[in-house]
Design a protein around this ligand. Sequence first.
Ligand SMILES: *Cc1c(COP(=O)(O)O)cnc(C)c1O
Length: 499
Amino acid sequence: MQYISTRGNEVAVSSAEAIKQGIAPDGGLYVPTDEVSISNIDLEKLTSLSYTERAAFILQHFLTDFTPSEIDQCVNAAYHPNKFATPEIAPVKAFTSDTSILELWHGPTCAFKDMALQILPQFLVRALAKTGEKAEIVILVATSGDTGKAALEGFANIPGTRIIVFYPEQGVSEVQKLQMTTQEGKNVHVVAVQGNFDDAQSGVKQVFGDGEFAQLLANQGFRLSSANSINWGRLVPQIIYYFSAYADLLKTGTIRAGERINFVVPTGNFGNILAGFYAKKMGLPVNKLICAANANNVLTDFIQTGTYNRNREFLKTLSPSMDILISSNLERLLYELTNRQGEQVSHWMTQLKTAGSYTVDTNTFAKVQEHFWSDFADDQETLQTIEETWHKQRYLLDTHTAVAVRVLHKYRQATDDNTYTVVASTASPFKFNGSVAKAVLGEDQVTGRNEFSLLQDLSTFTQWPIPQGLRDLDKKPVLHRQVIEKDKLKDAVKDILLG
Ligand SMILES: *Cc1c(COP(=O)(O)O)cnc(C)c1O
């Protein structure tokens, strides 16, 4: 299996090379050249396997330049009982008679990013060896909150790598900020940017696109790479849990072999749901992929109209990890849906960059609508959904998952489709405890309290334990205090690496 750029201007590379580079030299994203298909017989076989075995089975189709034993080492190191709070790794929990919840937040940082970022460093270390890389790899990360910590946790003290994380100074929760600024490790750097996530992401993309700077770094023995979901090594581990969820539902007899199901996914950068699309392309019986957005509903508009328009106000919501106006991974979808028209994709991406918007042709739009449906939920609906779900079902949703549950409700009302549906749950409710406590305990119980006392309040109220990764955060020393202006990312990288 080889990988090519969505902009169509590069030669095909191995998976090790694609993972090492992160983004293709022409600014495009790497995608696999060949189709992978998983049969219904294989699906049945997955039911009797553990999560790590399922992971190895899926990955071997994509990482063909890795040996089976290397893949085993990667999955065993990543999905290890020391790292994940449950041996099922990504358990499926019954929710209502026609809905289950796929909990993707039992990893060390309590958000779904761990599913990919625990294994990406494992891939990368082996990719460096395979490609004979001599340079030290510098991972640049722009984060809306969750990726940063998950990447730090994955890359801390990994030999041959350094990691620099940029987060929007005002765009993350207190817990998220402390998770990052207290990170230990010889090779980690955390920098606050005075701007929003899109500023941080654009800044990082600019640094990646700067050939002269890359040369300067290369002369000093550094090579940049990405742990954002533009890296194929981030995308591919996410395909696993779509298959795993299906296998679990088959195993419990909740669905019949071959039965199509829906997935609803709280979406920001379009990475999670895109992995669902790849799973569908590989033959997983999926009916609709329901894209749930918050008030930054640029994707909802796109899926409903075929026009992507980022010319709108950036809103700060209670689901900050979805506060994004430029969803990078949509580029991969467009590439696949246009039957790999790199030139066409390139053209749309240029329009997005220069005019802030583009409209896809009718053919492509029809395909978008064939696979996807979308709506959004605002903050008030989010809180109401958390409250209602707790009172009706004694299940505590985080703000992102609540957006998904609300949008699923809208989908069922709008379509009368009662296909069995899996909700991708992307964060522990304790990670966004301020909003969650407000929803279930009431505004007056929350006012004036800090996030750490609220963790305890929530735990006492629900009898759910506080996850390990969030305990005692406020007692750890803050190790990273640098703050920069939003157009100074390159200078910061230079200072950190070259002094
Ligand atoms: C990152 C994140 C999302 C959005 O996922 P994308 O892959 O960017 O669409 C949703 N919820 C949580 C909690 C996240 O951390």
